[in-house]
Ligand binder design. Structure first.
Ligand SMILES: Cc1cc(C(=O)NCC(F)(F)F)no1
Ligand SMILES: [Ca+2]
Ligand SMILES: [Zn+2]
Length: 304
């Protein structure tokens, strides 16, 4: 009859076994994780292929979340926990607002919806059409990308258009790497399930997916809020060059400090260079090898 925190298990969309922090109440198990510090809650819901949010809690009768249709729910819930832990353990940030706000995800949004987004309040994931995308919560870097949009909104507040918007997108891709550092690709686990080796974007080789990697090739367009998903290739390349020269541990400290201390809603690429240099100076010293590596990275992408 007890009510409270339980541990379940299930399979993600790729058939991978994972344990889950769930909640039991009155004969039903919920994807509701109460294990995080300072009452930070993680909850996962389903839109049941409709488009009304937040939808109803994902529930199960026996805490074994093993149905194919539950894979997206399992992954959204588990990966949100991984991203929570990353920000808390690496940057001592308690949820996206640093105040323990509930991380709410809704899966099975829309019909064969090939995207995922942060709507200002929560994460939303489509199931994909099975050709372009598998269910999008099945990629840890995608989940980290979306939750980082929330972090950005509560910190720098980068406007979602033109250069600030491309920086906003880049921060989400870069922290997607920091959370899932096994490759420089984004979305590879859910992008084109029938094709191996490809991805939505690449930090190391933005051009491979039609993105510029140098300011000379900045795309001036009115599409996609001024090409925010295209022009992110330029700061993404600078991040890749920085990471490969100073290492992940230093890079993530510099990026987190720039995002939370120096960047503002209208920061452009040049402001990003300055913010990262200031952060490198603060943490590792003006003129240090770390500082100079950041100078070189942004020089190589033509941003001064
Ligand atoms: C073009 C285009 C790219 C994206 C994108 O990045 N979506 C977030 C992700 F998590 F699904 F990747 N949306 O429109
Ligand atoms: Ca990846
Ligand atoms: Zn994004």
């Amino acid at each position: 009859v007890a009510e409270g925190a339980t541990t379940g298990y299930g399979y993600g969309i790729l058939g991978d076994y994972k344990t889950l922090n769930t909640y039991y109440s009155n004969g039903t198990y919920y994807l509701y994780d109460v294990t995080k510090p300072m009452n930070g809650v993680i909850e996962t819901r389903t839109a049941q292929n409709g488009s009304s949010l937040p939808g109803s809690y994902s529930v199960d009768s026996n805490n074994a979340w093993t149905a194919y249709s539950q894979g997206a729910d399992v992954d959204a819930h588990y990966y949100a926990g991984v991203v929570y832990d990353y920000y808390k353990n690496t940057h001592n940030r308690n949820s996206f607002d640093n105040n323990g706000s509930t991380i709410r995800s809704t899966v099975h949004y829309g019909y064969q919806y090939n995207n995922a987004f942060w709507n200002g309040v929560q994460m939303v994931y489509g199931d994909g059409d099975g050709s372009v995308f598998a269910p999008l919560s099945g990629a840890l870097d995608v989940v980290a990308h979306e939750i980082t949009h929330a972090v950005t909104d509560y910190t720098a507040g980068l406007e979602y258009r033109n250069q600030p918007g491309a920086l906003n997108e880049s921060m989400s891709d870069v922290f997607g790497y920091f959370v899932e550092p096994n490759d420089y690709l984004l979305g590879e686990d859910v992008y084109t399930p029938g094709v191996s080796g490809d991805a939505l974007r690449s930090l190391s080789n933005p051009e491979a997916y039609g993105q510029p990697a140098h300011m000379n090739n900045y795309v001036y367009t009115s599409e996609d809020n001024g090409g925010v998903h295209i022009n992110s290739g330029i700061p993404n390349k600078a991040a890749y060059l920085t990471i490969t020269s100073i290492g992940k541990a230093k890079a993530e400290k510099i990026y987190y400090r720039a995002l939370t201390v120096y960047l503002t809603s209208t920061s452009d690429f040049s402001d990003a260079r300055a913010s990262l240099l200031q952060s490198a100076a603060d943490l590792y010293g003006y003129g240090s090898s770390t500082y100079n590596a950041v100078v070189n990275a942004w020089n190589q992408v033509g941003v001064y």
